[in-house]
Unconditional design. Structure first.
Length: 276
């Protein structure tokens, strides 16, 4: 499988990332296709833990990732949303960061807006990323320094002629509604999981995502690299760069196709929080 043009960078590390990509893509596709099949086998059943829904398929997908990653020539730790012991541990300088289902509630409700995603982390920074949306058959990939691609086409694919906001609901609500009106957005796109929304910004379908509330490393790492390699910018809710590791959580996020827009949204959001 060719995910993009061959980069002239011939370092051993870069070559290793490119070699790994085919195997990781095959594994993520296998997990994604299995998720669709598991819906008919009770995979969407589960329980709520606070604001998080955990489906049976979350664990099944996690186990499939573990088995598949154990077969790769590089034996690395796996940090996954579905393995509490791995979350509390230090993954070390190199590890896989996995979100078996990003958008589990959407998956359980039968909606299209969920993905399965993985990032290779080196020194707490994503260097390889794969995000797969099974319903749409959209495969997003990136290797640090080689750009980002959707189904083999380099991102961004297009730039919206009208400033476009993306969020969860059919119409803007709460802070998204305020942002939509204050910054004179012209279009709005509804989308499910965090990872898929960030990838939609990366491809150019939307220009901005603003999400208040807590997000975790596994929600962000893979789509972050894809957005970054597409020329976009991801900040936390305070307008700071995302830093991975440690507590593995962040207060809010801002994704934009351009850094200037991300900073503009961050400034507006900060002023709003202060009541200005």
């Amino acid at each position: 499988m060719v995910v993009g043009p061959i980069c002239k960078d011939t370092t051993l590390q870069f070559q290793e990332h490119m070699t790994l990509m085919d195997s990781v893509v095959a594994l993520v596709r296998e997990v994604g296709e299995s998720l669709q099949a598991w819906r008919k086998l009770g995979g969407a059943e589960g329980t709520w833990d606070g604001s998080q829904f955990h489906a049976k398929a979350d664990q099944w997908a996690h186990q499939l990732f573990e088995v598949g990653l154990s077969k790769l020539p590089t034996s690395l730790p796996v940090v996954s949303e579905e393995d509490l012991s791995s979350i509390k541990s230090d993954g070390g300088n190199r590890y896989w960061l996995v979100d078996p289902i990003d958008g589990t509630a959407s998956y359980a409700e039968g909606f299209a807006g969920y993905v399965t995603q993985i990032a290779l982390m080196e020194k707490e920074s994503p260097v390889l990323a794969v995000v797969f949306a099974p319903h749409y058959q959209d495969l997003f990939v990136a290797v640090k320094g080689d750009g980002a691609y959707r189904n083999g086409t380099r991102l961004p694919m297009a730039s919206s002629s009208s400033l476009t906001l993306i969020d969860n609901y059919s119409t803007p609500r709460g802070v998204a509604a305020d942002l939509y009106n204050e910054l004179s957005f012209r279009r709005y796109v509804e989308c499910g999981s965090i990872g898929l929304k960030i990838c939609r910004v990366a491809e150019g379908t939307a220009d901005v995502l603003l999400k208040p509330g807590q997000v975790r490393d596994w929600d962000l790492a893979a789509p972050h690299l894809i957005l970054q390699e597409a020329g976009g910018c991801l900040l936390d809710g305070q307008g700071q760069d995302i830093e991975y590791g440690a507590l593995r959580k962040h207060e809010g996020l801002i994704a934009a196709g351009e850094g200037a827009m991300a900073r503009r949204v961050a400034s507006w959001h900060h002023a709003r929080l202060l009541g200005k």
